[in-house]
Design a binder for this molecule. Sequence first.
Ligand SMILES: [Zn+2]
Length: 318
Amino acid sequence: MLRAVLALLSLAVPATAGDFLLVHPIDCDLDGPCYIQQYVDHDATDAATDFTCAGLTYNGHKGTDFALPDRSYINRGIDVLASASGTVKGIRDGMPDTGYSDTTAAAVQDRECGNGVVVGHAEGWETQYCHLRSGSIRVKRGDVISAGTVLGQVGMSGRAEFPHVHLSVRQDGRVVDPFDPDGEITCGAPDRTTLWADAPQYRAGGIISIGTSTAIPDFAEIRVGDVAGATARGDALVIWSYLFGVRKNDILRLDLRGPDRITIARNIEIERNQAQAFRAIGKKRKSESWPAGRYAGEATLLRDGVEIDRQSLTLTLP
Ligand SMILES: [Zn+2]
């Protein structure tokens, strides 16, 4: 009985600074198909390090980027969620989902956040959500909202080079990394206390997606999510993989096997650190068509000889 009373009391206690906890700001699994592309930069110089002292950030980055696998997912309407309860302090909507390039740089200047929402919380905390899909924002200034309230949808407005929601967390105007709120980075040994109710797993690079095609695809097609798959009469049979956070000397193993002992397989060594990359291998068609039946493809990413990610696919040709 006493325990039940205490449990009720603890639910009723108002939040204090130490109780400020965040839920994930995106309605998508961060172990795939979605992922975290960039964390807060902890390096005060021109260099950049994330809270694990690795490179999943860039100089001056003040938030965490929760990414969709490609631009086609914008049209699926992936919700952006309030990370904590509070009051909407401001919104902006109506900017196009064109992303950042030389041609859009002038249009997004001073509006880098794109379509965004700022939410105020207790104890001087504030969260900001950027790059939302044009026309998707569902809240207005003054709305009192709960953790998990839908604010809008993930897009690519403002200074965004890939579709994602950028979450900034601040207290009294100071940037706080939700993965490392005390700001003292402990390379390799993550803080035991984060601001997350359920901290996303740190993925130090991985596979965003894999697919097949009839030719080596363009990177632009992969990023848009517009690669047509392999066909029975395709000029080539190709397997490709789209990657994030790859490092020099990582090994990507691509493997595609089908009927009649068709085997396309190779270990590809990554030659430099890259935020995003893709690799593809294939074979040219020499007979009338590729053998009919079921094909199995796999991409495996290895770092220091240890598998860090894997994705597979199946394909059936008529
Ligand atoms: Zn960002």
